[in-house]
Design a protein around this ligand. Structure first.
Ligand SMILES: Nc1ccn([C@H]2C[C@H](O)[C@@H](COP(=O)(O)OP(=O)(O)OP(=O)(O)O)O2)c(=O)n1
Length: 150
């Protein structure tokens, strides 16, 4: 990934943590936290640490963004890697929709207290165990989808 401009002029590498912080700032600056997640803070002493929220906006909006992303590929048929035939503005649009999905995902995991870096790395390890190289290679030459049977 490339870098993001820092206040001092240097570049900070783009990480999930940077995106998380930027989304948090974005939401706080606009006072959208309550609106986004409809926080309900308990007033009862025995449940003082109870902080609940419902996904009134962010989760449905993310699902909507996935819809917008899939719409870009509607009627495109099979597309070659790197999208060599696509116009520059189509690629820019694709980048925007991919980013919307990523940013909402980062925000959702942050508010849920999920360490997405850790969870994703663990999932990649689990995937490797589920689909051992020996039994899963040459998938492209096969009409069977080994993941369907797993
Ligand atoms: N409560 C919100 C609303 C928006 N965003 C940010 C995350 C997304 O990257 C982007 C989504 O903005 P829009 O809802 O305006 O959606 P689009 O950018 O897709 O515009 P449109 O739906 O008009 O194509 O803004 C956010 O963080 N929190």
């Amino acid at each position: 990934m490339t870098g993001a401009k820092q206040a001092g002029g240097g570049e900070e590498p783009v990480t999930l943590d940077l995106l998380k912080r930027k989304m948090d700032d974005f939401t706080k600056e606009r006072d959208w936290e309550k609106k986004d997640f409809n926080y309900v803070l308990s007033t009862e002493s025995n449940t003082a640490n109870c902080e609940v929220f419902s996904f009134t906006i962010v989760f449905p909006k993310q699902v909507g963004e996935v819809g917008e992303l899939s719409e870009i590929f509607q009627w495109k048929g099979e597309v070659p890697k790197g999208l060599p035939d696509w116009k520059e503005e189509e690629k820019v649009h694709l980048g925007e929709e991919l980013s919307d999905v990523l940013l909402y995902l980062v925000r959702l995991s942050d508010v849920c207290g999920i360490d997405l870096d850790k969870a994703a790395l663990r999932k990649i390890e689990l995937n490797a165990l589920k689909y051992p190289v020996k039994e899963s290679s040459n998938r492209c030459n096969s009409t069977d989808d080994p993941s369907a049977a797993a």
